[in-house]
Write a protein that binds this ligand. Structure first.
Ligand code: URA
Length: 434
């Protein structure tokens, strides 16, 4: 019933949405009807009530994570998905080193965008399936936890997310809002911090649609009495320099070790500082200084080591990432054919090229290759000489490497005049309480 109603553009009653999700999560409803419903939502949309019902049904498919009193404020951060977006890997240990606790449920890669869970699994031994009790204990002992939705927690999101990835039903405001917010409502923290991406590397292609997504997420938070704030951040070009799971872990470690300034570091620092000032009342200047200090003095990097150790990973990775992380057998440079100023770096094309190399999935549940990916050193506004090496492909085979290098070159546009650098954050939205 809800499938036909949504196909025809009608509003679906909350109990019908709840039943659909419960049946799918319980195995009584197959992938086919669920995919049809999702496609109907992509095409017809959902109003705020329907979106809330979908979110709540996903939360109710599992248990929730009550953290009790940890003695420090708890923040939960989420990105709506981007390319070279390893912010969560930096943010979680950074805020833990600032005296907050960060407990977050993350996702796997979706389409051409990377997923925090896939990235962390590139670290040998790292476990992402934690029980509620393990999450609680780690939050109190280590101050940061990054876990996957699991058979225990928001299982319906895990299933629907994988199905959307395989059925071209990702880019939808209500589906993304419900997916993100179900994971956030399942953890009972003090602040939900959203990084809503806008641009060619994001599901929301411009600032206006990213603002619509942020507004939908904040409406869910408000209706559930939760405090939330959202940054609308730029994804018109890859955020960091690395795309690919192990490569992004290595880059996050460089940022945490304060040896990789740039847009990835700046965004993680700004999100951390905002969290600190909302949760502790610190002035923006003091919060900003504290965040920079935590990178400089090594406490944020040490917190990442603690997180990795607590989740079974090899903590030596923070001192010698190259020795511990999986490495691809083939590496070739990306050579610029043209000289000039970089005017565009098509983030979706770069993300797709990394997916084709094996860093992402083409089928639901398919394995990924943690070692492969793309390192691209140039950003919009940079000047490049013809013949200059501007990056590197990490690949399984020489053929795949050559094809990826060509795809990256096609994703770049050069101009004779310097192009303007897009802002890092377009603006902030918040619930009244934040
Ligand atoms: N991140 C999520 O958790 N869900 C989505 O649907 C998109 C990005």
């Amino acid at each position: 019933v809800p499938i036909a109603a949504k196909r025809d553009g009608q509003t679906v009653d909350a109990p019908d949405i709840e039943r659909l999700v419960a049946e799918y999560a319980g195995g009584a409803l197959g992938d086919g009807p669920m995919a049809a419903f999702l496609m109907a939502v992509v095409l017809q949309g959902m109003d705020a009530r329907e979106t809330l019902a979908l979110t709540r049904a996903m939360v109710d498919s599992g248990s929730t994570v009550a953290l009790g009193d940890l003695g420090r404020p708890v923040v939960d951060k989420h990105s709506t998905g981007g390319v070279a977006d390893a912010v969560s890997l930096v943010y979680a240990p950074l805020v833990a080193s600032l005296g907050l606790a960060c407990v977050k449920l993350s996702g796997r890669g979706l389409g051409y965008t990377g997923g925090t869970i896939d990235k962390l699994e590139a670290i040998p031994g790292f476990r992402v399936d934690l029980s509620v009790e393990q999450m609680r204990r780690q939050a109190s002992q280590v101050g940061c936890v990054i876990a996957a939705q699991s058979p225990d927690v928001v299982p319906a999101d895990g299933m629907i997310y994988a199905l959307r990835d395989a059925t071209a039903t990702v880019a939808s405001v209500p589906l993304i809002a419900a997916s993100v917010m179900a994971k956030k409502l399942a953890v009972h923290g003090d602040l939900i911090l959203l990084d809503v991406k806008a641009g060619t590397g994001a599901f929301m292609r411009d600032e206006a649609s990213a603002t619509a997504l942020a507004t939908a997420c904040l409406a869910i938070a408000r209706q559930q009495g939760r405090r939330a704030t959202a940054a609308i951040s730029d994804m018109s070009q890859p955020l960091g320099t690395s795309v690919g799971n192990a490569l992004e872990v290595a880059e996050a470690i460089d940022v945490l070790a304060d040896r990789r300034p740039g847009r990835l570091a700046d965004l993680a620092l700004q999100l951390a500082a905002r969290s600190l000032s909302v949760l502790t009342g610190a002035t923006p200047t003091d919060a900003d200084e504290a965040a920079h200090r935590a990178l400089r003095d090594g406490t944020a990097l040490a917190a990442f080591g603690d997180l990795i150790r607590a989740q079974g990973g090899d903590p030596r990775v923070i001192d010698d990432a190259a020795a511990i992380l999986p490495a691809a057998p083939v590496r070739i440079p990306i050579v610029a054919e043209h000289g000039g100023f970089v005017a565009r770096v098509d983030a979706e094309a770069i993300g797709t090229a990394a997916t084709v190399l094996g860093a992402g999935r083409h089928r639901k549940g398919a394995p990924i290759d943690p070692a492969v990916g793309i390192v691209l050193g140039v950003r919009v506004g940079d000047e490049v000489a013809a013949g200059e090496a501007i990056g590197e492909i990490h690949s399984r085979t020489p053929e795949a490497a050559t094809a990826a290098a060509a795809a990256v070159r096609t994703a770049l546009l050069f101009a004779s005049e310097p192009a303007e650098t897009p802002p890092l954050i377009y603006g902030w939205l918040a619930t009244e309480a934040a």
